[in-house]
Design a protein around this ligand. Structure first.
Ligand SMILES: [Zn+2]
Length: 113
């Protein structure tokens, strides 16, 4: 499952900090997630809840903030927000883009004890 793999890599980062700072309990984790990752909030939250059982992050509140997909047209350099499936460039009508944002997946902040 896609989300489980994501949770695993996120947990590795959490665990590193827990060890590094001797954290007793993680109360809240804020994630930045690009819409292109296809991560579904409810699945992500339940995977996380199960994965962190019996760890210092058990019961932690997971907050997910989505980053919209922004692209730049390769032909006319027009920048705009889109979703999946990508729409055509509103300026010149092509479908060839550079992706500017939407692939993010990282922990922005953690609240700990
Ligand atoms: Zn264009």
């Amino acid at each position: 499952m896609h989300e489980l793999a994501m949770v695993r890599s996120i947990y590795e980062v959490i665990n590193e900090k827990v060890t590094e700072y001797g954290v007793k309990r993680v109360k809240q984790v804020k994630l930045i997630v690009g819409e292109l990752t296809g991560i579904e909030e409810s699945i992500m939250k339940s995977c996380f809840e199960i994965y962190v059982q019996r760890t210092p992050a058990e019961g932690a509140n997971l907050i997910i903030e989505y980053v919209p997909i922004r692209v730049m047209c390769r032909d006319c350099s027009h920048e705009f927000e889109t979703s999946i499936p990508f729409s055509d460039c509103p300026h010149c009508g092509t479908k060839k883009f550079h992706i500017l944002s939407g692939k993010e997946l990282y922990i922005e902040s953690m609240e700990v004890e």
